[in-house]
Each structure stands twice: as C-alpha cells, then as structure tokens.
Design a protein around this ligand. Structure first.
Ligand SMILES: CC/C=C\C/C=C\C/C=C\CC/C=C/CC(=O)SCCNC(=O)CCNC(=O)[C@H](O)C(C)(C)COP(=O)(O)OP(=O)(O)OC[C@H]1O[C@@H](n2cnc3c(N)ncnc32)[C@H](O)[C@@H]1OP(=O)(O)O
Length: 302
C-alpha cells in the first residue's frame, strides 16, 4: 500500500513536462567509474551516473550547481536514477557523491520553501519524503563519498546511506542546522540522526544546529570514516567491496529489519506530516526567517 503510494508519486513526477525531457546522457563510457567494459554513463541534466558493471557498482554524481541544492527537479532526477539502478540486476551498490567542487549538497532548496503557494509546498514536501524513503530503504548498498560541505538536507541525504566517508577538509562541515534558519527538523530527520548517533548527541546537535567539522563528525559518529580529500572515492570503493562481499539477501533483510520501523512511522503519518510542513512553512515568522537567511547568503558575496 505504502509502496503503491510512493510509486504513484514517482510516476506523477515522471509525467511532468520537465521530467519527460530527461534522457540518457549521450556520452562517456564506463572507465571513469573504474569499469571498462564499455557501458555508457547515463543520467540526466543534474545527475551523472558512472556505471562499473564489472564491480556491480555505479557512481552517482550530483551536479546541480552552484551548491547541489535539493530542488524539486533535482530530487526527481535523483529518484529516477535510483529507480533505474535498482531495477537493473547488474548493480548491487551505488556511491553517492558530488560533482560540485567543495559542496556535497547545500540541503533543501530554500527557494522551494519561500514565497510559493501552499500547493507547491505540498508537491515539494512529497518529493522530499519520497527521496528519503527511497534512499533509506534502498536494497542497494549505498555509500556516501562526501566531498564537500553538507548541511541540513545534504546531511540527511548522507544519513540515508549505509556508510559515510568524509573528506578531511575543515570547510566540509556536516549536520542538521535547521534551527539556525529558524526552522525545525521534522521527526523523521531527527529519527534518522538518532539512529546514527544516539538520542543525547542528536538532542544537542539539533537544538544547537551544529555543523560538525570532520574530526568532530567522526567522533560523534555522523560519519564513519574521515580520509584525505584525494582518497574519498577510492575509500568508498574499498568499503563497497567489503559490503558487497556479504550475501546480498541476508544484508538486505538486515537493513530492512533495522530501518523499517523508522520508515513506517513516516509512511503511516505521511499526510499529516505534509500538513504540518505546509502549516509551519506558511507562517509569516518562518517565511521572514527564510527570506532573511537567503538574503544573508546573497549578501555574503557583496
Ligand atoms: C511545530 C513544527 C514541527 C515540526 C516541523 C515541521 C515542519 C518542518 C519545516 C521545515 C523543515 C525544512 C527543512 C529544511 C532542511 C534544509 O535543508 S534547509 C537548507 C539548509 N541549508 C543551509 O543552511 C545551507 C545554506 N548555504 C550555505 O551555507 C552556503 O551556500 C554553502 C556553504 C552551501 C556554500 O557556500 P558558497 O560556496 O560560498 O556559496 P554561496 O553561499 O555563495 O551560494 C551560492 C548560491 O547558492 C545559493 N544557495 C545556497 N544554499 C542554498 C539553498 N539551500 N537553497 C537555495 N539556494 C541556495 C546562494 O543563495 C547563492 O545564490 P546566488 O548566487 O547569490 O544567487
């Protein structure tokens, strides 16, 4: 039932005019991903997929410049790529990384949550929920190769992965910083963090909107490994090899066992969660905070 609802959201998304325009990117062949049997890279304008069929792995590169903000279009493209890889028996694992230098993802796209109509907020929030559910419950091994800063929704996306490798650069902070924007991380953002670093550490991190630099992120457990910047991709690949060595059905069932209760909570409260989001985001005070935050980001340059 829940899956059917999810499929409807995805199908609707695929039917949108801009999604219909998505097509396999003509192009380069597999060796970029360490493959070499000639399988072509594919993807969409904002998501590049580099397949390595011999290893059963695909590298999924986010490329929504300048900051990989998670817009409606970008989320839909990510979902389409994930679904395509999940439906292709060649692939058992994906490495999620960024093609934007110094940025993994700036999180949810603030322009999707500012000055729009309630109907837009409903559509956007459905896509955010769907992305979380799909990545969190994916049967594939998903490893995040975090090669840049990763606040809020960017951190959440990495927390849906099975393992996180972060580049050791003090600028590459990671965390759920929603409170700094005057907004509140929804319960399923919070639950994902609790499942990763525990209740007390999450309580502190979320209230203070902490963005952890690499050493601290490792200490608290937001990431599993910190490595020199030029070793992020190779480390992700070796970790992937370890995970793929485990019998797939046993690993998948164990993942489901661990994650289903958390996902079920959103699945049963999905509509209520959308209403809560829309009510919250439509508040004048919240809109003011978000506008002010966006303005501050723009003025930073001047
Ligand atoms: C009672 C209530 C109960 C429950 C709650 C209910 C509901 C919950 C409600 C809401 C929850 C919503 C959850 C949201 C989670 C999020 O993800 S919010 C987004 C948080 N993201 C950030 O804080 C990051 C902001 N960005 C930055 O800090 C920097 O941009 C970054 C460090 C990423 C990169 O810095 P730099 O390389 O210097 O680039 P610029 O800052 O110059 O940015 C370039 C342009 O990109 C624009 N931009 C940056 N981030 C975003 C973004 N997230 N969305 C949209 N646009 C973004 C920036 O403005 C620049 O634009 P310009 O070139 O000036 O036009």
């Amino acid at each position: 039932m829940a899956l059917a609802v999810g499929m409807r959201v995805l199908t609707r998304a695929l039917l949108r005019p801009w999604a219909r325009g998505l097509r396999v990117a003509p192009g380069r062949t597999g060796p970029a991903a360490g493959g070499g049997d000639g399988m072509r890279c594919f993807g969409s304008p904002r998501v590049l997929v580099e397949p390595d069929p011999a290893a059963g792995v695909a590298v999924v590169k986010m490329r929504n410049p300048p900051v990989n903000s998670l817009s409606l279009e970008f989320l839909t493209e990510l979902l389409i790529s994930l679904e395509k890889l999940e439906n292709d028996k060649t692939f058992h694992g994906i490495i999620l990384t960024s093609d934007c230098p110094g940025i993994f993802s700036a999180g949810l796209d603030l322009t999707e949550m500012c000055g729009r109509k309630p109907e837009h907020y409903v559509e956007y929030w459905k896509a955010v929920q769907e992305t979380w559910l799909r990545f969190y419950l994916s049967n594939l091994v998903v490893i995040a190769a975090i090669n840049g800063v990763s606040p809020a929704g960017g951190c959440l996306l990495s927390l849906t992965c099975d393992y996180r490798v972060l580049a050791n650069n003090p600028k590459y902070t990671i965390g759920l910083n929603e409170t700094l924007l005057g907004i509140v991380a929804p319960f399923w953002f919070k639950d994902t963090m609790v499942n990763t670093i525990g209740h007390r550490a999450t309580e502190r991190a979320l209230q203070l909107g902490l963005l952890f630099p690499p050493a601290e992120a490792l200490r608290v457990g937001v990431v599993d490994q910190v490595v020199p910047e030029d070793q992020v991709q190779s480390t992700a690949r070796s970790v992937m090899a370890q995970w793929l060595a485990i019998p797939d059905h046993a690993r998948q069932l164990t993942k489901t066992l661990m994650r289903k209760p958390t996902a079920d909570r959103l699945l049963t409260e999905r509509d209520a969660d959308i209403q809560t989001f829309v009510r919250f985001i439509c508040r004048d005070s919240v809109q003011k905070s978000l506008h002010a935050y966006l303005e501050k980001l723009k003025q930073k340059k001047g």
